[in-house]
Design a protein around this ligand. Structure first.
Ligand SMILES: Cc1cc2nc3c(=O)[nH]c(=O)nc-3n(C[C@H](O)[C@H](O)[C@H](O)COP(=O)(O)OP(=O)(O)OC[C@H]3O[C@@H](n4cnc5c(N)ncnc54)[C@H](O)[C@@H]3O)c2cc1C
Length: 308
């Protein structure tokens, strides 16, 4: 494997790499190599080189929706994330790299007076990760404003897909099973009032500060389970947090893993624990809801690697 070619292109290569350093849960064992790519060009090159070398690849973004096994992963990991937002206006749309931070994008749209993404203020992770999982909040999701997506397959071959082709649903898209990677995308936003957008952003950030844990202090991956789909067209989703609270999940602990006191659907690390401990706690929480309500909670957090 020609690691120097990747380094020469500006990718950072770490061999081996502890995946705990790359997830907001701060958990996860090692992978044989981690290649950090910031731009679509670096990502394309890395995929091509790794494919030529016959290496299996796992892609991550900001690692904010992941629980990685304590045993780590046997594959090479590509991390597609950047501290430098790559965003530009293109005609009547906006183009952004998948590596750009979602909150950086939200802040940019507010500064530009563009409406359609301000609710995403404060959601960690990358734009690519957000598209893959159709991230959202307050009843809105990023899929609503996606126009087209530049997708790379595992060999680094590029194609453009329309939003309809991605089959966006509640916290899901076709990309979660296809293995294709969001290199960049084009968004459709509407003009808005800058002052009003600034005010909304401040309110969303304040709400998150009050209701959510700061993952830098209490490691977490946000909501662990999805809300439950309505049983009729007229129904609303049942909040997993409410179901968990009613089922007594707040009393559950597995070593340092526990539900966040203000939101039972958020698991935090409050002391020593492993990824397996978080997994075991999540199993107990889901079992409590199953027992009390007869409802099966579905994970929102993505698992990588093996769990007992
Ligand atoms: C404190 C906190 C609050 C949160 N609040 C919210 C919230 O309000 N709403 C919400 O929806 N989520 C929330 N999350 C979860 C998380 O931030 C989002 O799901 C985020 O969009 C994940 O992006 P990521 O880059 O971190 O993806 P990762 O966690 O790195 O990866 C998640 C999945 O996406 C895939 N992926 C990553 N990048 C790409 C790409 N470029 N192309 C294709 N697939 C890719 C990975 O392969 C993996 O399967 C929260 C998390 C935390 C820690």
């Amino acid at each position: 494997m020609n690691w120097d070619a990747l380094r020469a292109a500006g990718c950072a290569v770490r061999r081996p790499a502890p995946l705990a350093d790359y997830t907001t849960f701060r958990l996860g064992g090692p992978c044989p190599a981690l290649v950090a790519c910031a731009t679509p060009e670096q990502l394309t090159l890395a995929l091509g080189e790794l494919q030529t070398a016959g290496q299996d690849v796992v892609l991550i973004g900001g690692g904010s929706n992941l629980l990685v096994s304590d045993q780590g992963l046997p594959q090479v990991v590509i991390r597609y994330a950047s501290d430098q937002p790559q965003i530009r206006r293109a005609g009547d749309g906006v183009e952004v790299s998948g590596s750009t931070g979602l909150d950086d994008l939200a802040a940019w749209t507010v500064a530009e007076g563009l409406d359609g993404l301000v609710y995403a203020s404060g959601i960690p992770g990358t734009v690519g990760g957000a598209v893959a999982g159709n991230a959202g909040a307050f009843g809105r999701q990023i899929g609503d404003v996606v126009e087209t997506v530049a997708l790379l397959d595992q060999a680094g071959l590029l194609r453009t897909a329309a939003a309809g082709d991605l089959r966006f649903g509640y916290r899901c898209s076709r990309l979660q099973t296809s293995g294709e990677i969001v290199a960049s995308l084009r968004l459709r936003l509407t003009p808005g009032d800058r002052a009003a957008l600034r005010q909304q952003r401040a309110e969303f950030l304040d709400l998150r500060r009050r209701k959510h844990p700061d993952w830098r202090v209490l490691p977490t991956a946000g909501s662990f389970f999805k809300n439950i789909a309505p049983t009729s067209a007229a129904g609303r989703r049942q909040a997993a947090g409410w179901l968990l609270e009613q089922a007594g999940a707040q009393a559950l602990r597995v070593r340092g893993a526990r539900p966040f006191e203000k939101h039972a659907n958020i698991i935090v690390r409050d002391g020593d624990c492993t990824a397996q401990d978080v997994f075991d706690l999540a199993q107990q929480m889901a079992a409590a809801v199953q027992q009390k309500f007869g409802l099966a909670l579905e994970r929102e957090v993505r698992l990588l690697g093996r769990f007992g």
